[in-house]
Design a protein. Structure first.
Length: 176
């Protein structure tokens, strides 16, 4: 089973995010992430059959609810060669939670993430850019997308097929 840990986006923000996604198609050929799949990824695990062991290790971490402000746009790997467009948050609490999850999962044999955690919500995967200057100007205008309280995080399975990934929440872990 292919797994990752993520924070779901509340319905009230999905409409605003959807309008940003619709704007992106004016500037590039992009495969947009479907509304029901929008999330902040805390940890990509990959293929494993340890779902119960993973859930057990994460149920009692004792992390408190926290606010997430979605600030602006992030692109990977960079503006000169864009493959992924996402939204970012400067939430220190999300970074702390990701670190705790990374540490706890290492106790179950899941390798620690070596790269520094960068919180982002993927909007889409770019195939090509048709109007680079227009896209750059639009991305500069996107800011303060919204704010919500993270009251849980999820263990999510992902199945890849021709139409794109299909996500399923396997376990939801409440924050206190």
């Amino acid at each position: 089973m292919r797994l990752f840990i993520g924070i779901k986006i509340p319905e009230e923000l999905k409409q605003r995010i959807g309008s940003i996604q619709k704007e992106l198609v004016k500037y590039c050929n992009i495969k947009l992430v479907e509304s029901e799949n929008l999330h902040f990824c805390l940890k990509f695990i990959g293929e494993t059959n340890k779902i119960n062991e993973i859930a057990e290790s994460l149920y009692n971490i004792g992390f408190k609810k926290f606010d997430i402000s979605i600030k602006g746009v992030v692109v990977f790997p960079g503006l000169d060669y864009i493959r992924i467009i996402g939204l970012e948050s400067d939430s220190h609490e999300m970074k702390k939670l990701a670190g705790i999850i990374n540490e706890e999962l290492s106790k179950t044999g899941i390798p620690k993430e070596k790269r520094e955690f960068k919180s982002h919500l993927t909007l889409g995967r770019v195939k090509s850019v048709s109007n680079r200057e227009g896209l750059k100007k639009y991305l500069e205008r996107v800011n303060d997308v919204g704010k919500f309280t993270a009251d849980s995080f999820c263990i999510i399975s992902s199945v890849l097929d021709k139409s794109g990934p299909k996500y399923k929440i396997e376990k939801e872990i409440e924050l206190r």
